[in-house]
Design a protein around this ligand. Sequence first.
Ligand code: DC
Length: 231
Amino acid sequence: MLASIIALDGPASSGKSTVGVLLAGRLNYLFFDTGVMYRAVTLAALRRSVPTADESAVTELAETVKIDVMPPLFNDGRQCTVLLDGGDVTWDIRAPEVDGSVSQVSAYRRVREILTDEMRAIAKRGRVVMVGRDIGTVVLPDAELKIYLDASAEERARRRHTELAERGIDKPYEEILAAIRERDRFDSSREHAPLKPAPDARIVDTTGLSVGQVVSHLLLLVKAVAIQPSG
Ligand code: DC
């Protein structure tokens, strides 16, 4: 029997979403990118002019907004559809303004608790590839398979640069690299659920590997931890 819950963590632009969606497709599992939840709360704050530095106002917002994550529904390159209070925000949550504030929002303890509860409820259904930063350490410490994807900051900046260019956004590589380093520093040094591999996570360095190579490697890991059914 294959692991029913796969936790896939790693830093910004390590390829977790690209790889996660393919892995989920190969296994016929639900792909759930948990970063979209923090992004949706951040977008809600920006739209309502709630300062993202105001922890209690952002927490209140996280308690009241309704976020839904569903299968793609449209064939426009999206990996899932994200609804914020019923409106489709799938692409809006990828805006540079959201990139700039989401780390701050995701550092708030109560915001994390609220969103973590929602993530666990989805994972309970099983057959899920759950992608994030703290899935193996905090959200699902009992996941049967935990994978931590990594890649050098330079490689991740190159990937992000290409990804933005494909969407017609021209941002200098150096600027992207600096932003990635800053987010790494922030995400790994925050007090609540900092970015780090779980002690029992399989660490996979994707620098120089193609997406196909990484997916094949992960499928091997999934097979390697196949569980004996009890009874
Ligand atoms: O993976 P991403 O760039 O969409 O994540 C957006 C932000 O949310 C990023 O600052 C890290 C944070 N995040 C988190 O803290 N925990 C998760 N499980 C997922 C994302």
